[in-house]
Design a protein around this ligand. Structure first.
Ligand SMILES: Nc1ncnc2c1ncn2[C@@H]1O[C@H](COP(=O)(O)OP(=O)(O)O)[C@@H](O)[C@H]1O
Ligand SMILES: O=c1ccn([C@@H]2O[C@H](COP(=O)(O)OP(=O)(O)O)[C@@H](O)[C@H]2O)c(=O)[nH]1
Length: 242
């Protein structure tokens, strides 16, 4: 960390997307406080070198609308539950960040008066400039979307330099590396290559939005200690889609 804290960041403002499943750690469901604390440390290292950090957190560790739908629930109700799950993860992450003395604001796409603020882009920009981490919860606020799309949307809205998608694998591969051990990792890809090859690491709505708005996306493994800082200071890590 000492080495990186002297490094000049390549990016001034990033939108970090954490999947809900990443928060489970070794558990089957829910949130592992040890994982939250480790992520708070990694995010704190970025704040420490002057990088502005917006955060979108998934909800897949708790509920996913599509899975609830497959089990018989109305899809829109399931998606509402999924978005509420991202709120719980966001509150847990704020708690971990604040315990690490990192100023944090949570904004929700769905009004939730008395718990968190409603999403306000201009306010978020002011807070980011003040060095606060801003957590954007409840996805896009609409069913039939994912938090990957929400991350790209918020990243574009706040004029982030890059969307950083933290996941469980080391980048984008020729096939799902969890299922196919012969899959080969890409260093870089264009948006159209991701779409044409149907590479399943991010949903297509999110990729199309980034392509149309020219927002680069880097997919990387958040379980690798220091990977986030290495990316932000310009070292090769994961896969860059642009
Ligand atoms: N071509 C691919 N390259 C990398 N990962 C892939 C690919 N296709 C499918 N995946 C899977 O996508 C997952 C990453 O997506 P992520 O959004 O983090 O997970 P989830 O959709 O379960 O929340 C990886 O864990 C990996 O198993
Ligand atoms: O804009 C959004 C974002 C999320 N969701 C719901 O919230 C769930 C959790 O988000 P996601 O699956 O993206 O979480 P992750 O895979 O990142 O943990 C999704 O399955 C959807 O049901 C939604 O309806 N609209």
């Amino acid at each position: 960390m000492a080495k990186h804290s002297q490094s000049q960041p390549k990016y001034k403002r990033v939108l970090l997307k954490l999947s809900g499943e990443a928060l489970m750690g070794e558990q089957e469901f829910g949130i592992d406080p040890k994982v939250l604390d480790r992520m708070a440390l990694e995010i704190g290292a970025l704040i420490g070198i002057g990088v502005q950090v917006g955060l979108v957190i998934g909800g897949g560790n708790l509920f996913r609308g599509a899975a609830l739908n497959a089990a018989g629930m109305d899809r829109v109700t399931g998606d509402h539950m999924g978005m509420l799950a991202t709120m719980m993860n966001g509150l847990a992450m704020r708690d971990a960040l604040e315990r690490s003395n990192i100023r944090t604001r949570v904004m929700s796409a769905i009004p939730m008066s008395g718990i968190v603020e409603h999403y306000d882009r201009r306010r978020a920009l002011r807070d980011l400039k003040d060095g606060d981490v801003v957590i954007f919860c409840a996805g896009t606020g609409n069913p039939f979307f994912t938090t990957d799309s929400a991350a790209c949307l918020r990243g574009i809205e706040i004029d982030a330099d890059v969307v950083l998608k933290a996941t469980k694998v080391d980048g984008v591969y020729s096939a799902d590396p969890v299922k196919d051990p012969s899959a080969v990792k890409y260093e870089t890809l264009t948006y159209d290559e991701v779409l044409d090859k149907k590479l399943g690491v991010m949903d297509l709505t999110a990729i199309c939005l980034c392509r149309d708005q020219g927002m680069p996306v880097r997919v990387f493994n958040m379980n690798k200690s220091g990977a986030l800082t290495r990316i932000v200071v310009g070292e090769a890590e994961g896969t860059l889609i642009e």
